[in-house]
Write a protein that binds this ligand. Structure first.
Ligand SMILES: *[C@@H]1O[C@H](CO)[C@@H](O)[C@H](O)[C@H]1NC(C)=O
Length: 407
């Protein structure tokens, strides 16, 4: 059933509940009639007056019901979103002196359980937020190929951050590497495992520089829109994820404006209770130095899995800081250490491309042969020219190449 009609159904049930409840003081209409008695001759003359009275009575009745439903709503929302509730959840006695009957209380509990089964609340707080670290770990180890550094760093950092009782700043991760190495893929895995609705969640925002902020002359407008969207999303969810694809192309002023969202919040300052927020920046920046470092180590006889952050990160940082065609390295994000972690995505070899091809077959439930996987891996372009080793496109467009090898 679509959500809209469920919401409607819920409203209907609430109304029904109200009808079943004893309504406060009898409507004055009955009393007025009793006093006056059946005064037959004046009946016609009084018709408009009585109709007016009936209307007023109906209005009073509806108003009382309205007050009642507001009380129900207050109780309901206190239960479901405790943080929006000023008191301890028990609303004060209203003007009608009405208190929630025991039966109503039980209805309320049933209602809440039922409402929460498809809406935004759970015992744990918010059903839109799933934080499935088991799922994340499984995805990172089964579906992501050739990225042992990213696999461990991303899980440990994100998990550590989300389990902090009271983080005083947003978490900012910056993914670097050639295209097709899995940066977008990991961003999607995060969205899918941390949020019930994945990238479509109202707690997640994706910004693609050339799509959302294409014209430098509108940068002031973009700055405003971006700040609004961050604020709105944070107001809607107590755990948010912002993904910036093509971060190396972000306008310097936009990067500057993002700085305020990544700063430490002094305890007690207005923004101090800001929700848990993760910023992901994806870029190709630094890809060349990562590849050079990895190539050097492999040639020196290292196994890929033995490569550590210490081998790669200094080169990555150096390239980011030295880059002149991107504002990223010169922004406050990098200069003031507002990025918590630079995550290197290593260049992929043909055995990784094979695994990507296998996953593509499996995901479409298509049969495949080892020869077909080899064939797809062979279609990619490898670099460097003297001793081809790394796929220049990573696993990008592997899925499209399946068509060429299908029987
Ligand atoms: C977490 O993800 C795993 C793997 O995708 C899934 O089997 C499991 O049911 C999920 N757990 C929850 C609580 O959603």
């Amino acid at each position: 059933m679509p959500r809209g009609s469920l919401r409607l159904l819920w409203l209907c049930i609430l109304l029904l509940l109200l009808l079943l409840l004893p309504l406060p003081p009898p409507l004055p209409l009955a009393g007025a009639l009793g006093h006056r008695g059946p005064a037959a001759p004046r009946e016609t003359a009084e018709e408009p007056g009585r109709a007016g009275q009936a209307f007023r009575d109906l209005r009073e009745g509806l108003r009382a019901a309205g007050a009642l439903s507001r009380r129900y709503w207050a109780l309901f929302s206190c239960r479901v979103w405790p943080e929006t509730c000023e008191q301890d959840g028990t609303a004060p006695a209203g003007p009608l002196g009405w208190s929630l009957p025991l039966l109503g209380q039980q209805y309320l509990d049933i209602l809440i359980t039922w409402y929460c089964s498809f809406q935004d609340c759970c015992d744990s707080g918010d059903c839109r937020i799933s934080n499935n670290f088991t799922g994340l770990q499984a995805d990172l180890s089964v579906r992501l190929h050739g990225q042992h550094l990213a696999r461990e760093l991303v899980l440990a950092t994100v998990r550590g951050y989300l389990e902090l009782p009271q983080p005083d700043k947003a978490l900012a991760l910056s993914f670097h590497g050639w295209s097709g190495t899995g940066k977008n893929f990991v961003a999607r895995m995060l969205a899918e495992n941390l949020y019930r609705d994945g990238l479509r969640s109202d707690c997640v925002r994706v910004f693609i520089t050339m799509l959302h902020f294409p014209h430098p002359k509108y940068v002031d407008l973009y700055k405003e829109q971006l700040a609004d969207q961050v604020r709105e999303t944070q107001a809607r969810c107590h755990q948010t994820l912002f993904i910036f694809d093509e971060a190396e192309k972000l306008h310097p002023e936009l990067l500057e404006a993002l700085g305020q969202h990544l700063e430490h919040q002094a305890p007690g300052s207005p923004g101090a209770e800001s929700p848990r927020t993760i910023f992901l920046f994806l870029s190709n920046l630094g890809g060349n130095s990562i590849n050079a470092a990895v190539l050097g180590l492999l040639k020196a006889g290292w196994s890929r899995e033995a490569i550590t952050m210490e081998h790669v990160e200094p080169h990555l940082r150096a390239e980011i800081l030295a880059s002149t065609d991107s504002g990223f390295g010169h922004s406050r994000l990098v200069k003031e250490n507002l990025i918590d972690l630079f995550v290197p995505f290593l260049p992929l070899e043909s055995r990784h491309v094979r695994l990507c091809a296998r996953d593509a077959f499996l995901s479409q439930a298509l049969p495949y042969t080892e020869a077909a996987l080899d064939e797809i891996a062979r279609m990619m372009v490898y670099v460097p020219k003297e001793g081809p080793l790394f796929s220049s496109q990573g696993c990008k467009s592997v899925a499209q190449r399946m068509n060429y090898v299908l029987p």
